[in-house]
Design a protein around this ligand. Structure first.
Ligand SMILES: NC(=O)c1ccc[n+]([C@@H]2O[C@H](COP(=O)([O-])OP(=O)(O)OC[C@H]3O[C@@H](n4cnc5c(N)ncnc54)[C@H](O)[C@@H]3O)[C@@H](O)[C@H]2O)c1
Length: 286
């Protein structure tokens, strides 16, 4: 009875932790070495990051490459990759671990294109392991009672519908290969708390919907070992937020004071958590 329960799931890196310690006790000649960073490794894995041309998306794509991902496909709007992307691609190629970044021009609102491109990636790589849906937009302040319909739809279309299409594209390939996978949807603290100072009804609503989307998808896909989680960053200094901070410098102190650390986040502070979520180190997180 005990052994069949144990066999429900076994880490590919087993034995770990206490089990490893007990084995080492039984066999004093066994080789003992740290394994915790092996659990975070993404060696040979393949995936996509939307919004990967700059900002948090690109920052996380580099981290996944550093963790050993074979290739991270970065999807974004512009036809040509940015200078930042090109420098990052070059940087990754010099890491010496065989990882690479690739750029693909895709609008996350185009379901057909996303599904097709992900399928092509699957055909080529014969696997699909992770996905970060980071493409997002923030439209200028307009009070909720005046918020124009087309602007509201635009934000929902990218931040919610586009996130679904991205997750679907990757999830379909994960299901096809049957090896599980990790889907990470970038929400925002704005999806959980409501900031009284900002007229951000579209952004807040779109991010809140992503939280529920993740719960729903996680419940449907869990049996296939496809995990779906969200990340909800606080304010981080990127081009999205500089649009506000540069115009209204008083917001810098105000936003900094809104969290216990008293400062804005740095894009590189997404590196660890993104790698953790994409890797087996978070295998029971859903
Ligand atoms: N910066 C913050 O403080 C913060 C906080 C919480 C959540 N977020 C979220 O993190 C994600 C990344 O934000 P960022 O700060 O890096 O912003 P950013 O504006 O620097 O990057 C967003 C990227 O998404 C791309 N994008 C926009 N619409 C797209 C579309 N239709 N198809 C494909 N790509 C599209 C943009 O071209 C851009 O490269 C967003 O979802 C954002 O809402 C950011």
């Amino acid at each position: 009875m005990a052994s069949s329960k144990k066999a429900q799931s076994v880490s590919p890196l087993a034995p770990l932790g206490i089990e490893a310690a007990m084995k080492a006790k039984e066999d004093p000649n066994s080789v003992v070495r740290p394994k915790i960073f092996d659990e975070f490794a993404l060696t040979d894995r393949v995936g996509l990051v939307s919004g990967g041309n700059r900002g948090l998306g690109l920052e996380m794509a580099i981290a996944l490459a550093e963790a050993g991902a074979q290739v991270v496909y970065c999807f974004d709007l512009s036809k040509e990759p940015s200078e930042e992307f090109k420098a990052s691609r070059e940087y990754v190629s010099k890491l010496g671990n065989g990882s690479r970044l690739e750029y693909f021009c895709a609008d996350v609102r185009n379901q057909e294109l996303l599904w097709k491109k992900a399928e092509e990636i699957g055909d080529k790589e014969q696997r699909f392991d992770f996905c970060i849906a980071a493409a997002g937009i923030l439209k200028p302040h307009v009070e909720c009672l005046e918020y124009p319909g087309h602007e509201f739809r635009d934000v929902m279309e990218v931040n919610t519908t586009g996130v679904l299409f991205t997750a679907q594209a990757a999830g379909r390939q994960m299901a096809r290969f049957g090896r599980g996978g990790s889907i990470i949807l970038i929400a925002s603290m704005s999806g959980s708390i409501t900031n009284r100072d900002h007229a951000w009804v579209s952004y807040n609503t779109s991010k809140s919907a992503v939280l529920q989307m993740a719960r729903s998808m996680a419940c449907e896909l869990g049996e296939q070992r496809i995990r779906v989680n969200t990340l909800s960053p606080g304010y981080i200094y990127t081009q999205m937020t500089t649009a506000y901070l540069d115009k209204e410098p008083h917001l810098f102190d105000k936003w900094s004071g809104m969290n216990p650390l008293g400062r804005l986040g740095r894009p590189d502070e997404m590196r660890g958590v993104a790698t953790w979520l994409a890797s087996d180190a978070s295998s029971f997180l859903f």
